[in-house]
Design a protein around this ligand. Structure first.
Ligand SMILES: Cc1ncc(COP(=O)(O)O)c(C=O)c1O
Length: 221
């Protein structure tokens, strides 16, 4: 079970060939390959499923979060040969199949299609990447810039060579951003990654405004 791009882990994009290797390995031993797309799925990377960025097919996909735009809903998608092995009604739970949340999810799927939000995710991602690269040229605190599509992150380091995590500085930047109305969540085991989880409905003006707040905070720290 793997997140195609790690969320809490720090927006780590797997090394080239790694997911293909996992697929081969799981096929070889008759194991299922499950992708957890709870954070990286539903268009965030410019594809509906994050795994579509690679030329492999998982056996199961887990979804939640953006699926119903914040209403509580999760889903497990599986190949037919897997679902066919399950007796009817065997996946249950108190909140399973909530009609309001399901309706919201259908609307989310429609809106993603009607408003071309997969393309929008790529454009947001390009805008984020461009600004982050400009910032990297100005502020030695910025280490790696990573991610796919609108799922982008900045790593903050004390030293470009040793990559020592700038944990306290990251916390100060978040505090400074919050004071100015922008919430930037952190990630990574050292909490030195600033991750962007912007709504795909964000306008360019709103995005630029938020990035200005972020840049000012980085400059101050
Ligand atoms: C990648 C990933 N998987 C699973 C979870 C947990 O999902 P849930 O809160 O729906 O159980 C989260 C975050 O909450 C997540 O980011």
């Amino acid at each position: 079970m793997i997140e195609p791009i790690q969320g809490e882990g720090g927006f780590n994009v797997p090394q080239e060939g790694f997911l293909e290797y996992l697929r081969k390995l799981t096929n070889k031993y008759g194991m299922l390959l499950i992708t957890d797309e709870i954070q990286c799925g539903i268009g965030r990377t410019g594809k509906f499923f994050a795994i579509e960025n690679w030329d492999i097919e998982p056996d199961l996909i887990c979804l939640a979060k953006s699926l119903a735009a914040g209403l509580p809903l999760s889903a497990v998608i599986a190949k037919k040969e897997i679902t066919d092995t399950l007796p009817g009604g065997c996946i249950g739970g108190t909140y399973v199949g909530n009609p309001v949340a399901c309706r919201a999810a259908l609307e989310v799927i429609n809106i993603i299609e009607e408003e071309n939000l997969l393309d929008r995710a790529l454009k947001i991602g390009e805008r984020l990447k461009e600004r982050f690269l400009q910032m990297k040229g100005k502020y030695p605190l910025i280490g790696e810039i990573r991610g796919i599509g609108a799922m982008r992150a900045i790593e903050l380091v004390k030293d470009q060579k040793t990559k020592e995590p700038a944990t306290q500085e990251t916390a100060r930047i978040v505090e400074e951003c919050i004071k100015n109305g922008v919430f930037v969540p952190t990630a990574g085991i050292n909490k030195n990654i600033l991750r962007m989880l912007v709504s795909l409905e964000i306008t360019d003006e709103q995005l630029d405004e938020a990035l200005d707040v972020l840049e000012k905070a980085i400059a101050k720290v």
